[in-house]
Design a protein. Structure first.
Length: 98
């Protein structure tokens, strides 16, 4: 798993990513892929697969199938300090008037 135990090291990684053209390209392509096939709540099967694929590619351990389509990734050792992040991956149903 990806382990970043030093706050300064994490800050350096995040700061470096801001100016990294390859990282920006990856993030843009991933965002576009996710937005091409929006899935409603409890039906995010393809979205879940994309999240699992990307976590695996990054070497992040994860558990899939939480609540059906949820994915829980674990970064670090699990020892304090611990930070939990949550993100929704379902699309909102909108009626477009165009």
């Amino acid at each position: 798993p990806l382990v970043v135990s030093d706050r300064a090291a994490l800050a350096e990684i995040l700061q470096g990513a801001k100016g990294d053209a390859e990282f920006r390209k990856w993030m843009t392509e991933l965002r576009r892929e996710l937005h091409q096939k929006p899935e409603l709540m409890y039906k995010e099967f393809e979205t879940s697969k994309v999240v699992q694929r990307e976590l695996a590619a990054l070497g992040v351990s994860f558990t899939a199938g939480i609540g059906g389509t949820g994915v829980v990734g674990v970064i670090g050792s699990g020892e304090a300090p611990v930070v939990a992040l949550r993100a929704d991956m379902d699309a909102l149903l909108l009626d477009e008037e165009a």
